[in-house]
Design a protein around this ligand. Sequence first.
Ligand SMILES: [Cu+2]
Length: 133
Amino acid sequence: MAYPMMLLRMFLLSLCLVAVAACGPGGHHGGSGSGQPAGSTKLILVDFKFQPRTISASAGTVVFFLVNDSNTTAHDMVIADSTGTTIAKSSLVQPGNTDTFTVNNLKAGTSYVFYCDLPGHRASGMEGTLTVS
Ligand SMILES: [Cu+2]
């Protein structure tokens, strides 16, 4: 009597494994990959870097689509000019969340730096370059 029951359990267990595999790695992120506004520049925030870390854009307004791909850590994005003056700052993006970040008045022929301003993050490598032409 116990034998068919065991077969049933094994069958159900294998079904569960298939279901988990179908989600694949990164299936828990929810927001990533969906909801990106047309024409926006996607930027992935991980611990502790931006992907990509080098961005080119046209002068004027750039809309960034920020995807926090960390499981545990909130990140943000600050853009500063060559003198270190902050020209724009995003909201804090929680782990697994996305947000849009609109930056205006970017000047042609200018190189900006961007970084995460949470304590220690920039020093850990969370910075990049935005070149505007
Ligand atoms: Cu950060």
